[in-house]
Design a protein around this ligand. Structure first.
Ligand code: NAD
Length: 255
């Protein structure tokens, strides 16, 4: 799928990895629709990019507000070709912690945002893509979801997060298989450790120690490196139905 003059729908597109995707695809000539529950960051980004951008404040897990976001995107830019799902939360909590048992709501909220919210965006965006004219090889659209290497190597304190991302990994192939006859590809990127606001709660020292565990390069990933892989996935039609790790060979230990 070409990027220039196409429309990308980016959830969590106002911060971190999603913001980098928004900026990168915009710089390559795409219209960008940023969906995020942070209105402050979303409006600031809309002001900064000024044109070919629509910010819609919405919660990915809500049916109505997301369906409205897709409708507004199609109204403004006439079609939707690319969906990148970055919205996510990463609470760190042991199931049996010193302060008691993990509340069931925390587990449910993590699944609701990271897995149900991602699925909600994908189903609505794919429905909108079905009306696109077929391009080369019959392609109509591309969906990229964001998982995490924690889906495979969840650490102590990541039970809820790892389970939610494992769900995203597992969605990839059945969605790709179902959408293939429609000309819509589905891929997932599983990042290792990236320097984004999600990491703000971690001290600089702890970040340095984490970076030291990455075989090469021994630093946290830069959000633009994630965005560049997104652009490659959009452009490369043979990428379909799989999960790509982007992690500098990091394999996380138990803690
Ligand atoms: N940063 C990392 O090291 C890392 C590693 C692996 C995976 N990831 C995944 O990458 C994605 C992006 O993470 P990030 O590091 O850029 O985090 P971030 O906190 O900088 O950005 C996440 C964005 O999602 C938005 N968001 C959260 N819940 C939402 C909801 N219910 N509805 C709408 N928007 C919502 C937030 O407002 C924020 O703008 C997440 O899914 C995260 O799990 C990040």
């Amino acid at each position: 799928m070409q990027i220039e003059n196409r429309t990308a729908f980016i959830t969590g597109g106002a911060s971190g990895l999603g913001e980098a995707v928004t900026r990168h695809l915009h710089s390559l000539g795409a219209n960008v629709v940023v969906v995020d529950r942070s209105a402050k960051r979303g409006h600031a980004l809309q002001e900064a990019l000024a044109e070919r951008i629509l910010f819609v404040p919405a919660d990915v897990a809500e049916e109505e507000s997301m369906s409205k976001a897709v409708r507004l995107a199609v109204e403004k830019f006439e079609a939707l070709h690319i969906a990148v799902c970055c919205a996510g939360i990463a609470p760190a909590k042991r199931v049996l912690g010193r302060d008691g048992i993990m509340p069931l709501e925390l587990f449910a909220e993590t699944i609701q945002v990271n897995l149900v919210g991602c699925f909600n965006a994908v189903r609505l965006a794919a429905e909108a893509m079905m009306i696109n004219a077929r391009e080369g090889d019959g392609e109509r659209g591309v969906v990229i979801m964001t998982s995490s290497i924690a889906a495979r190597e969840g650490q102590v304190g990541q039970a809820a997060y790892a389970a939610s991302k494992g769900g995203v990994d597992s969605l990839t192939l059945p969605l790709a298989r179902e959408f293939s006859p429609l000309g819509i590809r589905v891929m997932t990127i599983a990042p290792g450790l990236f320097n984004t606001p999600m990491m703000d709660s971690i001290s600089d020292e702890a970040k340095e120690s984490l970076a030291g565990q990455i075989p090469f390069p021994q630093r946290l990933g830069r959000p633009v490196e994630f965005a560049r892989l997104v652009a490659e996935v959009i452009g490369n039609r043979m990428l379909n139905g799989s999960v790509i790790r982007l992690d500098g060979a990091l394999r996380m230990g138990p803690k």
